[in-house]
Design a protein around this ligand. Structure first.
Ligand code: KG4
Ligand code: ZN
Length: 338
């Protein structure tokens, strides 16, 4: 407790960010420390799981100390410890889980297991203090592309999901083949601003009528086929146009499906989250299509879109309020579903 407020610490190590956040009464951010490993993995063109877990182990104690200093408190003030236990890379998740268990045991405070995807949704609770369920959630990240009906804090029902690649994964793969490098999402977004989104007519994949599922692997193949044809004909690849046309084909489908789902389920608000929520074209399209349908679209600032510890702390707080605590046998669940 600090000044009569419940303090929750959230630990996130599911992929390549070692992150620790501290929130007061669930929704006020006191500290948000993120140690990114992007520089290390860039040399390999993607995240190397073994390197990620070793790096989490090396950084975690320091990141916790920095978060406590930023929040101007000590471990004695922390009331609840939350941690991402899945989905993610097993070795990476285990570092966070083991650390959280140690803190819970040493300080005798409740341990709360958080589903990473619920964490992404909770990022919007931090960005919009008045936000309450129900609403439609659009979670678009490197590992997931989901349309969900958020019925309660940390309770949701999946309406649509990707059947193959996640949106962020498709961005990362396409960025690699057009020579933009890793991490692909922000680089494609930037290149697309200089390109013509109508330059190449990549086919939009809507799947069967009425489905809110996604499929992006065929689009990735379309990009590869286009590149091969152009290279064989000796033509130079218009990188910015490819980026803009590919991005449009992904975002048009995501925005259309999200707005259609909101209309069907009677939601007047769509809360977008996950790393891909930082995409400028997705924001434009959702604002435009949502506006035409009388639906408000919200998203957190970029630092809350990508992986962070405060979203985990916020989700942990709501689990704890509901009495949903873990015991110290908690294990990482890499394939955890929503
Ligand atoms: O949520 P996140 O940090 O990690 C996962 O849980 O996966 O999302 C990372 C993903 C990466 O695939 C990255 O390329 C993508 O989000 N991303 C973007 C943008 N910024 C990050 N994708 C498109 N446009 C962006 N501006
Ligand atoms: Zn994530």
């Amino acid at each position: 407790m600090l000044n009569g407020r419940t303090l929750t610490m959230g630990i996130e190590t599911s992929c390549d960010e070692t992150a620790v956040g501290i929130v007061a009464d669930g929704r006020t951010v006191l500290a948000n420390v993120i140690s990114s490993q992007i520089d290390i993995h860039t040399a390999y063109g993607g995240v190397v799981p073994e390197i990620a877990s070793r790096r989490h182990l090396e950084s975690i104690n320091d990141v916790i100390d920095r978060a406590l200093r930023e929040a101007d408190c000590t471990l004695d003030d922390i009331d609840v410890i939350g941690v991402t236990y899945g989905p993610g890379l097993v070795g990476a998740l285990l570092i966070g889980v083991a650390t959280a268990k140690a803190i819970s045991y040493a300080r005798d405070i409740p341990l709360v297991a958080v589903n990473h995807m619920h964490g992404h949704i909770a990022a919007n609770y931090l960005a919009y203090p008045e936000l309450e369920p129900p609403f439609l959630g659009l979670v678009v990240s490197g590992g997931h592309t989901n349309i969900v009906r958020v019925t309660d804090y940390n309770a949701c029902e999946i309406i649509g999901r990707t059947r193959d690649d996640a949106a962020g994964e498709a961005f990362d793969k396409v960025a690699r083949v057009i020579g933009l490098g890793y991490p692909g999402g922000p680089k494609v977004d930037r290149a697309a601003r200089q390109g013509n989104r109508d330059a190449i007519a990549f086919k939009r994949v809507y799947l069967e009528s009425g489905s809110y599922d996604f499929s992006f692997s065929g689009l990735k193949t379309q990009v590869l086929n286009y590149l091969n044809t152009e290279r064989q004909a000796g033509r130079e690849i218009p990188v910015n146009d490819v980026a803009a046309s590919f991005q449009e084909a992904v975002m048009e489908v995501i925005a259309t499906k999200a707005v259609t789902a909101a209309k069907e389920f009677g939601d007047d608000l769509i809360a977008v989250s996950g790393g891909v929520a930082a995409n400028s074209r997705l924001r434009e399209l959702l604002t435009q299509m949502g506006g035409e349908a009388g639906i408000r679209v919200i998203w957190p600032e970029p630092v809350l879109c990508t992986d962070n510890g405060v979203m985990i702390a916020c989700a942990a707080y709501y689990n704890w309020l509901k009495g949903e605590c873990a015991d110290r046998s908690l294990d990482a669940v890499p394939g955890l579903d929503f």
